[in-house]
Ligand binder design. Structure first.
Ligand SMILES: Cc1ncc(COP(=O)(O)O)c(C=O)c1O
Length: 372
């Protein structure tokens, strides 16, 4: 590949020596599950995510399942979820025994559509919803989602797996959420050396329940208040994440520079594509460059980019309703926006530490692919 879609080695190399020392200390102290590193990470995340309670867990999918359970979502309840997202929110709803209801995206911000959500509620009477902050920004209607859910008694979980560093209305997207989650999958803006995640809530009682659920529902060592899970973070992951946090602001800055480069480059190619950016009032984190092709399909462009040795992705090439286990799921419309967008989307390389020369090569290659 002339330009990789992602290069994790580039962001691990600068912290390699410190991580080796931290992991050696973990071995010396047998700091394996939980411990001082995990406690320090949770405190650091409280400041970084601007959330009053942070509970670390094993991954972002567990965070969703446990978050739903902590909020009392279970069998017989209907949970709205955007039709275009990663599969995990759908899985989490089904895993807690609830019923997913698929909602289309807004074609301008690519997040769950607020008007369709509101109309869908009249028909389906949602008990809960998962609002997913996708692609490195959030819905232009975030405040409306929150106030509508509050006034209608709809439990709202916000999936912030991809949104470390995203701000809306002047505050971190995690601050005012009833309950939010994050994933530290290695390719995320803040990534671990394996799977890891966390759950945030401003409510100390909810956070206490989340902490118990992540640890078998424990009340004491051998007493249990809930039927929970084993979803705890290891010391090694926490120390790795603490080192990553030391450099994450620089990584986000380089992502934003690259995002701006792509945005400016493709603005002049509006007959071939549309490039998406955070809506006004939202500060994005440069997680993904999302390009909607207007003529060729995403698959056609991806094949041409591969021939030109440019890494690329299609996030997401199929929507939830097109997946076997979701084919008969309830829905609020024909879900046409999300299904159409999924056929046309293409993502170019964008990662912490990417150079402008790499962006130039990728952008010019896509331009060449448009012309072929
Ligand atoms: C939107 C979204 N939700 C949930 C997850 C699940 O997180 P994890 O892979 O840490 O389980 C991911 C990513 O991987 C994601 O992108």
């Amino acid at each position: 590949m002339r330009v990789p879609f992602i290069d994790l080695k580039r962001i691990v190399d600068p912290i390699r020596q410190q991580v080796i020392e931290d992991w050696t200390n973990c071995l010396e102290n047998c700091e394996f599950v939980g411990g001082a590193g995990v406690q320090k990470l949770e405190k650091t995340l409280m400041q970084r995510l601007e959330s009053s309670h942070v509970v670390s867990c094993a991954n972002g999918t567990d965070a969703l399942v446990i978050g739903l359970q902590a909020l009392g979502v279970g069998p017989g309840m209907k949970v709205a979820v955007p039709n275009m997202t990663f599969w995990a929110p759908f899985e989490a709803i089904v895993q807690v025994g609830a019923t997913p209801v698929l909602v289309d995206i807004n074609p301008d911000d690519l997040q769950m559509d607020f008007d369709e959500f509101r109309r869908g509620h009249r028909e389906h009477h949602f008990d809960a919803a998962i609002l997913v902050h996708l692609f490195g920004w959030t819905s232009a209607a975030l405040a409306s989602f929150r106030s509508f859910c509050r006034s209608e008694g709809i439990t709202l979980l916000e999936d912030g797996a991809q949104s470390y560093g995203v701000r809306a209305g002047g505050e971190s997207v995690y601050t005012a959420a009833q309950l939010s989650t994050i994933s530290f999958y290695p390719a995320k803006v803040l990534g671990a050396a394996g799977d890891a995640g966390a759950i945030m809530s401003p409510d100390p009682k909810v956070a206490e329940k989340v902490r118990a659920l992540c640890n078998h529902g424990r009340a004491g060592h051998y007493t249990y208040d809930y039927v929970g899970w084993n979803s705890r973070m290891s010391g090694a992951q926490a120390h790795f994440l603490l080192r990553m946090i030391e450099q994450v602001d620089g990584l986000i800055a380089s992502r934003r520079v690259a995002e701006d480069y792509y945005y400016n480059h493709f603005e002049a190619l509006s007959k071939h594509c549309r490039v998406f950016k955070a809506p006004s009032g939202v500060t994005g984190n440069g997680y993904l460059i999302v390009i909607e092709s207007l003529k060729q399909t995403g698959d056609e462009l991806a094949a041409k980019l591969r021939d030109l040795k440019i890494g690329c992705a299609r996030t997401y090439p199929q929507t939830l309703c097109e997946q076997g286990p979701a084919q008969n799921a309830l829905r609020t419309s024909d879900l046409k926006h999300s299904q159409r967008f999924s056929r046309m989307v293409i993502n170019l390389p964008l990662f912490g530490g990417i150079t402008l020369e790499e962006c130039r090569m990728a952008a010019e290659s896509l331009e060449e692919a448009f012309g072929q």
